[in-house]
Design a protein around this ligand. Structure first.
Ligand SMILES: Nc1ncnc2c1ncn2[C@@H]1O[C@H](COP(=O)(O)OP(=O)(O)OP(=O)(O)O)[C@@H](O)[C@H]1O
Ligand SMILES: [Mg+2]
Length: 215
């Protein structure tokens, strides 16, 4: 598989400041279709749309579906399409979080095709329902997707939803990542797992996935 870690320093052409914010939001809320300027209102709206989108997607994808990068864009568009113009489209700005830099924007289309061809499509639907084997598959999918970070926003929610649908293909009720939501100790563990995956160590993420499968 092509290395998914083409993460160079920012080019001068792009920076996260290229992201447009909603006027009046003090650069706190991304420009959106609804003119929302309050973080709380946006959080609430995103939850509503996420729940609606999850239901739609569960009806749309069959249990024997082999997921691809095109489906990932559809998932993102379904969840965020009523809120953001760019839902379902790859970002064209560079992104980092707390100094951790994700793939450069210009590589995203190729990286997503490669991710799909080498990892996602061959592993879905999964041909195992052992929680150990499934965790290994899902951990790698999770980490590699996040390192690409193809969208401006909503990457975590998109991949966790996809993983949940893949788990359902393997006869699990779904996955519960509730324990990482509070941005506390468990969230830090989750971020460490992503960063370890960057060095090819998926074990920490496997533990997190197993925990989410058993919730
Ligand atoms: N410091 C970091 N280093 C590496 N990966 C990170 C870091 N902070 C966040 N992440 C990853 O990026 C994701 C957040 O990306 P993004 O904001 O696009 O998704 P989200 O759905 O809006 O957020 P969340 O996953 O927190 O619900 C996290 O879920 C995590 O996987
Ligand atoms: Mg986010």
């Amino acid at each position: 598989m092509k290395k998914i870690s083409k993460r160079h320093s920012f080019s001068s052409k792009y920076s996260t400041t290229d992201i447009e914010f909603e006027t009046g939001s003090k650069n706190r809320v991304l420009k959106n279709k609804l003119g929302i300027i309050s973080i709380r209102e946006m959080n609430d709206r995103e939850i509503i749309e996420y729940v609606k989108g999850t239901k739609k997607l569960a009806e749309y994808f069959s249990f024997d579906h082999s997921f691809s990068h095109v489906d990932i864009c559809l998932i993102h568009k379904t969840i965020f399409g009523n809120i953001y113009e760019w839902a379902g489209e790859y970002r064209n700005v560079e992104m980092s979080k707390d100094g951790f830099v994700f793939a450069r924007a210009k590589y995203i289309p190729d990286l997503m095709k490669e991710f799909s061809k080498s990892l996602l499509q061959p592993q879905t639907p999964p041909n195992t329902n052992s929680s150990k084997d499934l965790s290994q598959i899902l951990a790698k999918i999770h980490v590699e997707f996040i390192l690409i970070h193809p969208f401006r926003e909503g990457n975590g929610r998109t991949i966790r939803l996809l993983l949940s649908m893949i788990a359902q293909q393997a006869q699990y009720a779904g996955m519960d990542f509730g324990f990482i939501k509070d941005k506390g100790k468990e969230y830090k563990r989750y971020i460490t797992a992503i960063q370890s995956g960057m060095k090819g160590n998926y074990e920490l993420m496997e533990e997190i996935i197993e925990q989410a499968l058993s919730c």
